[in-house]
Design a protein around this ligand. Sequence first.
Ligand SMILES: C[S@@+](CC[C@H](N)C(=O)[O-])C[C@H]1O[C@@H](n2cnc3c(N)ncnc32)[C@H](O)[C@@H]1O
Length: 212
Amino acid sequence: RASGQSRTRAGLGARRGLRPSARVLRALPDRSPVSRRGQVQGEFSKQLSQFWYSQETALQLAKEAITAAGEGGRIACVSAPSVYQKLRELHREDFSVYIFEYDKRFAIYGEEFIFYDYNNPLDLPEKIAAHSFDIVIADPPYLSEECLRKTSETIKYLTQGKILLCTGAVMQEEAAKLLGVKMCKFIPEHTRTLANEFRCYVNYDSGLDHDI
Ligand SMILES: C[S@@+](CC[C@H](N)C(=O)[O-])C[C@H]1O[C@@H](n2cnc3c(N)ncnc32)[C@H](O)[C@@H]1O
């Protein structure tokens, strides 16, 4: 699973905090979820339940993750590729970040890409140690108890404590039960209108409740 990653990374010539190289971006398939500027774009797969945050929301969530992770912190983006993208764009060396994603097109990010299927929530590479992330930000693909329960297993395995969950307002009760998170005032926005009201949830004192 993780085996082809170092080859991809070499192809990227990517250091953390940089966009993929021009050569890699030119080679991307037409329907790549990453634009030629290295950003998650409008292309999406309905089967994979892909819908992307607006640039403003992705930035706000990325900044929140950095603040919550603290100096030298480790951030896990679980099924939230546009937050991962924003974190890379910020070009900062004082945190590290991994992208846990099912869509293998994001494997262009090399060693920071971890293939992840919520159906096998603890099927992760050995290099991903338990409780090794200061904060986990997750946006599970489906609004179902099963999907949230399984994703919660991953979140609890990865985090040292802090959790930032983005999901439908209808999941509020389940989210509180499974992860002890509470709904924030901040309202995330997407590049297209969603059928369901969407919210963020945290289990710590978060800027998403203050700086509105
Ligand atoms: C609701 S979208 C969240 C994206 C987020 N709003 C963003 O802009 O980054 C769900 C994400 O889950 C991923 N996904 C789809 N199927 C999955 C699976 N079986 N396991 C884990 N993630 C999956 C999708 O590729 C997508 O990135």
